[in-house]
Design a protein around this ligand. Structure first.
Ligand code: ZN
Length: 242
């Protein structure tokens, strides 16, 4: 089976449509979404509808959780908070109902999927150090764990002796006795200095993962962000992938 993996769409309809068209061309068997369908972008309802129609699983992200109202918004930056409040006001009840019931983790074959970290799926931790990576490896038993959340693609491999290394070239063939922590990047707001939408392909027969990038109409999304009255920084950052 070949799975398309998407995450952190953040209400960016142009990016999502481009990625879904790419996955359709690649004829994947199913699409899994690792969360943050909304927040930041101008088209949250449209993105929820497309995710509902095209994915078999969608996980809860911290922005999805926050617009539902019971998160302490002081954990978010000023622009994130503004966007969460805007999204919460504009999102229709059907979309909210969909987001409310999203699970935090999903397991498939020998793989685990979670929005932020397998260590504490409800706590929205960022994995930013070798110690954090090790803590994550201790928290799952599958061969690979796929995450989103940071918006920067990254693959850490760990051998049977506990030695970790970064993998920078794709595709990555899973080796026996090695385990992997894989950040698939963001569809709607990449932050690795590359503005192209990021997504992944997991081939369970070949035991292989690859990162994909697709350029979309950034200018159109930027215009919509400004017209919606969302913070201008959210439009500016898309052009630079930051
Ligand atoms: Zn996100």
């Amino acid at each position: 089976m070949r799975y398309g993996l998407i995450s952190d769409i953040h209400g960016n309809l142009e990016a999502l449509e481009t990625v879904l068209a790419g996955l359709n061309n690649l004829q994947v068997d199913a699409i899994l979404c690792l969360g943050d369908v909304v927040g930041y972008g101008p088209d949250p309802d449209e993105c929820v509808k497309l995710v509902q129609a095209h994915t078999t699983v969608c996980l809860m992200g911290n922005h999805d959780d926050a617009i539902l109202g019971d998160t302490d918004l002081s954990f978010f930056s000023y622009v994130a908070r503004e966007a969460i409040e805007w999204t919460s006001e504009h999102l229709n009840p059907d979309s909210k109902r969909f987001l409310l019931q999203l699970p935090y983790t999903y397991e498939l074959d020998n793989y685990l999927f979670v929005h932020a970290s397998p260590h504490e799926p409800h706590e929205w931790n960022y994995i930013t150090s070798w110690e954090g990576a090790e803590q994550s490896f201790q928290a799952f038993h599958q061969q690979a764990c796929f995450v989103g959340h940071s918006h920067s693609p990254l693959v850490v491999g760990r051998n049977e002796h506990g030695a970790m290394q970064l993998h920078q070239s794709y595709p990555i063939s899973f080796e026996n006795n090695h385990r992997y922590l894989i950040n698939i990047g963001s569809v709607g707001q990449p932050r690795d200095s590359n503005p192209a939408a990021a997504f992944g392909i997991l081939d369970t027969a070949k035991q292989e993962y690859t990162l994909m990038r697709a350029m979309y109409n950034v200018v159109k999304t930027q215009k919509k962000i400004r017209e919606a009255g969302l913070p201008g920084f959210l439009a500016d950052r898309l052009a630079e992938g930051r």
